[in-house]
Write a protein that binds this ligand. Structure first.
Ligand code: PLP
Length: 422
């Protein structure tokens, strides 16, 4: 078969119909798998043969989702995890430990910011935050301890966009893996590997699953990083916890994803529930249709908000004077996703009233759902950040975030109209 396109991968990749003839990937609720014989078991444990051992490590339903996500992002291998945070945390654990450093963009989801700024610090990993508006600031923070550069493809909630080519060039120059959290766009809208990402992480809780039914995360190894280039001795030395495996030598291009599963997932155990993978696969099949509709609705809502005299400002990268417009045009040819922000005249109290008066738009802490969701980040998703941290991340008190759903846009607008005018 010729190389499949994104829409076809989302419905067809990674599943081969078995003797039952079942057309939909089955849900395998089994935590263990019978070995064929002693040699088979030994080979599986020694990583000499691929196969199922125990669902903390791998599972046939999870494997379909992994293959599909990997094909969508163009990687060499993927791993699904219990949540987006688990994907981020385990990625960091595979790359470094106490005494190491990471450079991250300052425009991040509040939970990721907290994990990086506080929890990783408690574990001895220092995260230095670079200014997303100044691509050169990433290079200024590099030390001999730096193990990764981390950005969101489009930030939650501020819709800030990194200059991927500049940052990935810096990462390559200093032999540092470049990690992109592609949660808010999905591989249908943006393939981070094409602009230099080495590792891609997702919260599949969001638009990948799309229906607010499950939690999940994923890590995709693009297979582009040379682990023997100097900064990662742990990839080049015998791993005593895995009877002497040398990940870079024994697994080459697949070194990272193999280490992530065989060592980090084994030890941390934040595996994806097969049931969640099953539901995520159902959602993933309509990703392209949903994302197109999300964007169509988002653009119409942006127009409505811009024309509304009660609205003080609107942030979305396609708006004429948006500071990220040229980066959006350069990198996101199919659209910028379904998150937008705005502020009402009258500030925080007015915004709070709007959120409380909305009937169709749900007041909840989620995004990428088929339903429109309205959130006040300063008091919810980003409330644990200090005033300075909020300011640096562009979270003002009157910022209202909307994750635009796929309902009829007229209904979304009518709901906001009544809530704004109430
Ligand atoms: C961009 C981004 N990355 C990661 C996460 C964390 O994902 P999860 O909630 O699945 O742990 C979120 C959650 O909102 C997010 O918005």
């Amino acid at each position: 078969m010729t190389k499949l396109r994104q829409e076809t991968i989302a419905v067809a990749c990674g599943f081969h119909i078995d003797e039952t003839g079942a057309t939909n990937p089955p849900l395998y609720l089994s935590n263990a798998y019978r070995f064929n014989d002693a040699k088979h078991a030994e080979n599986l444990f020694a990583l000499r043969e691929n196969g199922y051992i125990y669902t903390r490590l791998n599972n046939p339903t999870n494997a379909v989702l992994e293959e599909r996500l990997n094909a969508l992002e163009g990687g060499v291998g993927a791993l699904v995890t219990s949540s987006g945070h688990a994907a981020e945390f385990m990625t960091v654990c595979a790359l470094g430990g106490s005494g190491d450093e990471i450079i991250a963009s300052n425009a991040l989801y509040g939970g990721t910011f907290n994990m990086f700024a506080h929890s990783l610090r408690r574990l001895g990993i220092k995260v230095n935050f670079a200014d997303i508006r100044k691509s050169y600031s990433f290079e200024e923070l590099i030390t001999d301890k730096t193990k990764a550069i981390f950005v969101e493809s489009i930030s939650n909630p501020g819709c800030e966009i990194p200059d991927f080519e500049v940052i990935s060039k810096t990462a390559k120059k200093h032999k540092i893996p470049f990690i992109v959290d592609n949660t808010c766009l999905s591989p249908y809208l943006f393939r981070a590997k094409e602009v230099g990402a080495d590792i891609i992480v997702h919260s599949t809780t969001k638009c990948i699953s799309g229906h607010a039914a499950v939690m999940g995360g994923a890590v995709i190894d693009c297979g582009t990083f040379d682990w023997t280039s100097g900064r990662f001795p742990a990839f080049c030395e015998a791993d005593p916890s895995y009877h002497g495996v040398v990940f870079a030598k024994d697994f080459g291009q697949n070194a990272f994803i193999t280490k992530l599963r065989a060592q980090v997932l084994r030890d941390i155990g934040a595996c994806q529930s097969p049931f969640n993978s099953y539901l995520t696969l159902q959602g993933l099949q309509t990703l392209h249709i949903r994302m197109d509709r999300h964007i169509e609705n988002t653009l119409k809502l942006v127009d409505y908000l811009q024309a509304n005299p009660q609205v003080e400002w609107v942030k979305y990268p396609t708006i004429e004077n948006n500071e990220f417009k040229s980066l959006a045009e350069k990198y996101f040819k199919k659209g910028c996703g379904s998150l937008l922000c705005f502020g009402l005249k009258g500030g925080f109290e007015r915004g709070k009233r709007l959120i409380e008066r909305a009937k169709l738009c749900l007041h909840a802490a989620n995004l990428g759902d088929v339903r429109t969701i309205i959130t006040h980040p300063a008091s919810t998703t980003h409330s644990q950040l200090s005033a300075e941290e909020k300011a640096a991340s562009g979270i003002s008190d009157n910022l209202i975030r909307i994750s635009v759903g796929i309902e009829n846009i007229e209904d979304i607008i009518e709901d906001l109209e009544q809530a704004i005018n109430d």
